[in-house]
Design a protein around this ligand. Structure first.
Ligand SMILES: NC(=O)c1ccc[n+]([C@@H]2O[C@H](COP(=O)([O-])OP(=O)(O)OC[C@H]3O[C@@H](n4cnc5c(N)ncnc54)[C@H](OP(=O)(O)O)[C@@H]3O)[C@@H](O)[C@H]2O)c1
Length: 260
């Protein structure tokens, strides 16, 4: 049996990880969410499944005190204030600070906290893999080519998360861990945004298509994928992680170190 914990599993890419991992024979999946009651997409997806559990604190009992693979996916990605804000979009530096600090807490400190919380279980496991879902927006040459000055808090805090992940990789390398950041490409997660999104799903989907078109015009090699397509590629990389990958930011298209 292989055990997986997915942090931020209520919707989008995290939800798709739960779906695909739960379908594997002999797997147990811990779908970690901050609010089980409002995670309606997850509730629907795992109805009737015996190998998916929603409470992190049960992981120790249910997986025999061990965890094989931790996938940290949770992030603030889409609020108009934090996700899309450029430096000029705030009314004051106080407002900017509040927004950046909130985003930093989730996107950067959240990574450090979740690895810390699951470390005793991971140490007891034999696989010892930690995967932090990142973004091409954590790479300066990519952001320059994209020409995206907005999404400042998101890109800055995800860049810091890549460094936090690399620090964990170095901290844990002598214990046989492989700790990596993994870019998922451009993924249309608008279908599970529901009431959490700031746009109705159709408008959010149209925005994703427009972003993909803009990237294509700039010769940026990214195509808009469904969560199914992206996560299936990501899982092949997770399955094949090796010690020499430790600390890298890995591209889900190539399985190699991310580079535009
Ligand atoms: N979609 C893309 O094109 C794309 C591209 C590059 C990178 N990524 C990365 O892929 C990951 C998932 O993206 P997505 O598009 O699937 O996003 P999403 O649909 O907005 O889902 C975000 C997930 O993070 C959780 N989350 C947000 N804030 C949290 C907090 N403070 N504490 C705990 N959980 C929190 C959400 O839970 P709630 O339901 O409780 O809010 C939700 O499960 C992110 O790390 C993102 O940076 C996505």
């Amino acid at each position: 049996m292989t055990s997986y914990a997915v942090i931020g599993a209520s919707r989008g890419i995290g939800l798709e990880y739960v779906r695909q991992l739960a379908a594997r024979p002999d797997s147990v999946v811990f779908a970690v969410v901050r609010n089980a009651a409002t995670s309606t997409h997850l509730q629907a997806a795992i109805k009737g499944l015996q190998n998916v559990h929603r409470a992190a604190k049960l992981a120790s009992d249910l997986a025999g005190g061990k965890l094989d693979v931790l996938i940290h996916n949770a992030a603030i990605t889409g609020s108009p204030a934090s996700g899309r804000g450029g430096f000029d979009d705030f009314l004051s530096m106080y407002e900017l600070d509040d927004d950046f600090i909130t985003t930093f807490k989730t996107n950067t400190l959240g990574v450090i906290h979740s690895i810390t919380a699951f470390l005793p279980l991971l140490r007891a496991g034999s696989t010892k893999k930690v995967v932090v879902i990142s973004t091409g927006g954590a790479d300066v040459p990519t952001v320059r080519k994209q020409g995206i000055a907005y999404m400042a808090a998101y890109h800055i805090t995800k860049t810091a998360a890549v460094m936090a992940t690399a620090k964990w990789a170095l901290t844990l390398q002598d214990e046989g861990f492989v700790v990596v950041s993994l870019t998922p490409g451009l993924v249309d997660t608008t279908g599970t945004k529901g009431e959490y999104g700031d746009l109705v799903p159709e408008a959010a989907h149209a925005r994703m298509v427009a972003v993909a078109d803009e990237f294509a015009q700039k010769n940026i090699p990214v195509v808009l994928e469904t969560p199914e397509q992206s996560v299936s590629k990501q899982l092949k990389i997770v399955d094949g992680l090796k010690p020499s990958d430790n600390g890298l930011l890995i591209d889900h298209y190539t399985g190699k170190e991310y580079s535009l």
